[in-house]
Design a protein around this ligand. Structure first.
Ligand code: ZN
Ligand code: ZN
Length: 417
């Protein structure tokens, strides 16, 4: 049967699944019911499923003769945001934010669409086994927002236990694109990232006797300013990168020069060179700013690299991106396929690309997630549609899910037929 017809036949049911997931979001590492639903849905497609693989991770294997292995990943977690969409299927769930405060819980990043896309793709491909050969690994991934779910599954032995894929695919909804459309690009599509913690030390004392102290507040301020030159002066203007000091804490009251100031930095980059350059430059700037204030070697700032937060850029294989373009062009129409711009947000999907013995050709495409009406408002009045992680964000279910499933299943059919 033709792909578009297969997707259309499943659509009502998929929308119901989507609305249920939307109404019942679960925070990172707590995706118990969501993963159960995804696992159960995959099983009804005749897929062999392993549950709770790396936290609440789900692994479904669909084998159909000799051929390449394609992995499809859908992330499952929601965010500590109180939903403000006014939908009749809006979430009223509550949970705790990372600081332990009570909060609403919401699928404000569209991972409910991603789970539904995984299920829809499984349904369509299990019903069209006569038109493909190979193996498909369906991944329900936990804790994407915590940037730790992919790592959990990989470290648990995902590739060793289920076989390393030849290709990895994922999609993410994007509000700046009208539903019914997709965007993709070759090369980096989302930035790599890591976090640094900088402990700026000084010599504390009385606020009125600075000459007997070395003030870490002044030093921290200098470092923050100097860090701005990494991107502006050390990177090519054509090589996107970000260095943001998002947190700075020091001191207790006005008349005390404190002993230290703690800063947290997020780095964004699109290749290994950028990854290394930012880290080396931060260390260099911290060291020489401190020396210039007369600090001794034993009191230089301590720059700590947070390994857990270290993610490479999400980089699309050009051949695979071309297959996504062709599939979307054929099944949605050429006018629905657009060239994506790189986004400086990050994704732990990138870890699947680098986890194998050699790099695995991977592609993440963006699925449009704003209704035509809202898009018109955007174009007429310049009002931005609510972004991801906004309490008012919601995609129109039918066209969003239809587009994501059609593109994903169409791409896999092109690879495996
Ligand atoms: Zn998100
Ligand atoms: Zn997301």
């Amino acid at each position: 049967m033709e792909l578009s017809k297969l997707v259309q036949d499943e659509l009502d049911d998929l929308v119901n699944i989507y609305k249920h997931l939307h109404e019942n979001p679960e925070l990172s590492h707590e995706e118990k019911e969501s993963s159960k639903l995804v696992a159960g849905q995959l099983e009804t497609c005749g897929i062999s499923v392993t549950r709770n693989f790396g936290g609440h991770g789900v692994v479904g294997i669909l084998e159909n003769g000799e051929g390449p292995t394609v992995m499809v990943r859908g992330d499952m977690d929601a965010l500590p945001i109180t939903e403000n969409t006014g939908l009749d299927y809006a979430s009223t769930a509550r949970g705790k934010d990372p600081s332990g405060n009570d909060s609403g819980v919401m699928h404000a990043c569209g991972h409910d669409v991603h789970m539904t896309t995984l299920v829809g793709t499984a349904r369509v491909l299990s019903k069209s086994k006569d038109s493909w050969n190979g193996k498909i690994i369906f991944i329900g991934q936990p804790a994407e927002e915590a940037m730790s779910g992919a790592r959990l599954m990989i470290e648990k032995g995902l590739f060793e236990n289920f076989g390393a894929p030849d290709y990895c695919l994922a999609t993410h909804v994007i509000p700046k694109l009208e539903a019914g459309n997709i965007m993709v690009k070759s090369g980096p599509i989302m930035a790599g990232t890591y976090q640094l913690k900088i402990t700026v030390r000084g010599v504390g004392g009385h606020g009125a006797i600075p000459q007997e102290c070395i003030d870490p507040v002044v030093l921290a301020a200098r470092i923050v300013t100097s860090l701005q030159t990494i991107v502006s002066r050390e990177f090519s203007p054509l090589d996107p990168a970000v260095v943001t000091v998002g947190s700075i804490h020091g001191g207790t009251r006005a008349n005390i020069i404190p002993g230290e100031v703690i800063m947290e930095v997020t780095a964004r980059f699109c290749n290994d060179e950028g990854h290394n350059r930012i880290f080396e430059s931060v260390k260099r700037i911290c060291k020489y700013e401190a020396l210039s204030m007369g600090l001794s070697e034993d009191l230089l700032p301590i720059v700590e690299f947070d390994d857990e937060s270290d993610l490479p850029a999400t980089t699309n294989d050009s051949g695979l991106a071309e297959i996504v373009r062709r599939a979307a062009g054929e099944y949605l129409g050429e006018d629905k396929v657009h060239e994506a711009e790189m986004v400086m947000g990050s994704e732990d999907f990138s870890l699947f690309r680098t986890a194998g013995r050699k790099e695995t050709p991977s592609c993440l495409f963006f699925t449009g997630a704003t209704s035509a009406e809202e898009m018109d408002l955007f174009h007429e009045k310049g009002i931005n549609p609510p972004s991801l992680h906004n309490s008012k964000f919601f995609p129109p279910p039918e066209p969003t899910i239809k587009t994501a499933v059609t593109t994903m299943a169409g791409t896999i059919l092109k690879i495996l037929s």
